[in-house]
Design a protein around this ligand. Sequence first.
Ligand SMILES: [Zn+2]
Length: 301
Amino acid sequence: MHFITSWVLAFCSLALGRANDWGYPDWETDSTLSFPKWGGLCDSGTRQSPININAITSLKGEFDPLKLKNYDDPQSDLQMVNNGHSIQLSGFDDDLIVSGGGLLSDYVVEQVHFHWWSEHTINDIRYPLEMHIVHRNTIYPNMSMASEFKDGLLVIGVLFHASPTPNQGIEKIVEHLKDVKNASNINNAVSLKINKLAIMELLPNMDNYFTYAGSLTTPNCAEVVTWIVMSETRPVTFDQVKQFKEIEHEEGKQLTNNYRENQSLNDRAVVFVMGQKSGASGVTGSLALSLIVLVAGQKFL
Ligand SMILES: [Zn+2]
């Protein structure tokens, strides 16, 4: 089992190695650099991500709550790598599965990774950090199959706002960044088994979120992603984010930022889903319901 996994990983790195000549402009050094063309669907697609989310003009929707299974399990041997484009976590003890909401299938977590400076912006505000929890639709047996179908992947995006108080969950990752940051350690995994992280520690309240149909934000930019971007943000300190920025990519240069520029919305809808449990939205929801009852009542008069 381990042999097969290692072999598959080695093959994937080899395959990626060949098509790995893509990257991000180092805007910290030169802010005038333009964003590179990544080719293929990344340039020609019409349902690309990330986007700017306009909270005012988004449609309003209501779904059953999202159901999360095993996200609160402290992971005993989570593997973290610097893959040259991000910091990525994988190797979960059990299947972490999300269902409910407007989802038609169950989606299982494949990996979690980060972008420093957020990819999605909300009302044109870019946050210091964004986490992507990449899920595969369980009706497909693996990522490459799932990447062929428009309902193949679900990514939950969580934005982090600047705070003076360190994020304890993020700290469990940050404390190991020094072990993977050098270019010579690219794709060499380290285990986060000392301070066991549960993915739930990194999540905000899950009642309210934006959802839209989009793409992977890295090549090949496949348009197979249902995006769920949480509207509530989590705290992170600038010092914690600074340590992500010290990660090296190939040639030993610092990966000072790894976010893709915003893509055109085109004719897509962004839906703001309001849960029924949260304070202000709950009131709005009840009010809306009362109005509907009132209107419905009038019909019978
Ligand atoms: Zn991402």
